[in-house]
Design a protein around this ligand. Structure first.
Ligand SMILES: Cc1cc2nc3c(=O)[nH]c(=O)nc-3n(C[C@H](O)[C@H](O)[C@H](O)COP(=O)(O)O)c2cc1C
Length: 196
């Protein structure tokens, strides 16, 4: 960990920790996503990390969901990844952009057909009368597309969290945990150690 101060960007450190997590943790890509209304009322939920590179961290969702509404008026988010078995936590904060249509299309193509149909069938975050309404909607989507490919819905796609702050937290004995916080300044990263 003390070498971290020599690393140019914290993204490669997150990638290394993700590799460790994929080797031995269930749902290594599950992360808590916090958004907020324009007034600053926060909300949080788990989504799956579907891409990470020097540009940021990507997840996919219904853009008309509660999180989508909040991101439209307040395009900032915080993310938390926690791997209990590894004693590690990653925190990310930054602004959020929609990924390109091509990027959403590429990921959409990898989704199982059932998930694609569910995206069309589910008005995410809206109230449903009952479970039957959801089943009926799903059957309607299945009938509409038959054996045809299921297209990317216009209301569905990815978001990229472009980090301006990243913290890597690692368990240490006696609660003397390691905390390294990276902040982006004019395109380069500054690292500092925080008290646990
Ligand atoms: C392990 C796990 C992974 C999830 N992954 C996603 C995801 O990638 N995208 C998504 O829209 N919802 C995902 N969900 C569901 C969200 O937690 C949430 O219920 C949904 O997105 C609606 O959130 P909202 O009403 O705040 O917009 C996941 C839930 C769990 C427990």
């Amino acid at each position: 960990m003390h070498h971290a101060f020599l690393v140019k960007d914290p993204i490669s450190l997150i990638q290394a920790w993700l590799d460790d997590a994929r080797a031995g943790v269930a749902e290594p890509n599950a992360m808590t996503l916090a958004t907020a209304t324009a007034e600053g009322m926060p909300s949080a939920r788990v989504v799956l990390l579907r891409g990470i590179d020097e540009r940021g961290l990507v997840f996919f969702t219904n853009r008309e969901s509660r999180k989508g509404d909040e991101l439209r008026t307040n395009p900032r988010a915080a993310l938390v990844l926690h791997w209990s078995a590894l004693g590690r936590q990653v925190r990310v904060e930054g602004r959020v952009e929609e990924v390109s249509g091509a990027e959403s299309e590429a990921y959409w193509a990898t989704r199982p057909r059932g998930s694609q149909m569910a995206a069309w069938a589910s008005p995410q975050s809206q109230p449903l009368t009952d479970r039957a309404e959801l089943n009926t909607r799903f059957e309607e989507v299945a009938a509409r597309y038959g054996d045809d490919p299921v297209p990317l819905p216009p209301f569905w796609g990815g978001y990229r969290v472009i980090p301006d702050a990243v913290e890597l937290w690692e368990h240490r004995n006696d609660r003397l945990h390691d905390r390294l916080r990276f902040t982006s300044e004019n395109g380069s990263w500054r690292a500092e150690r925080l008290a646990p």
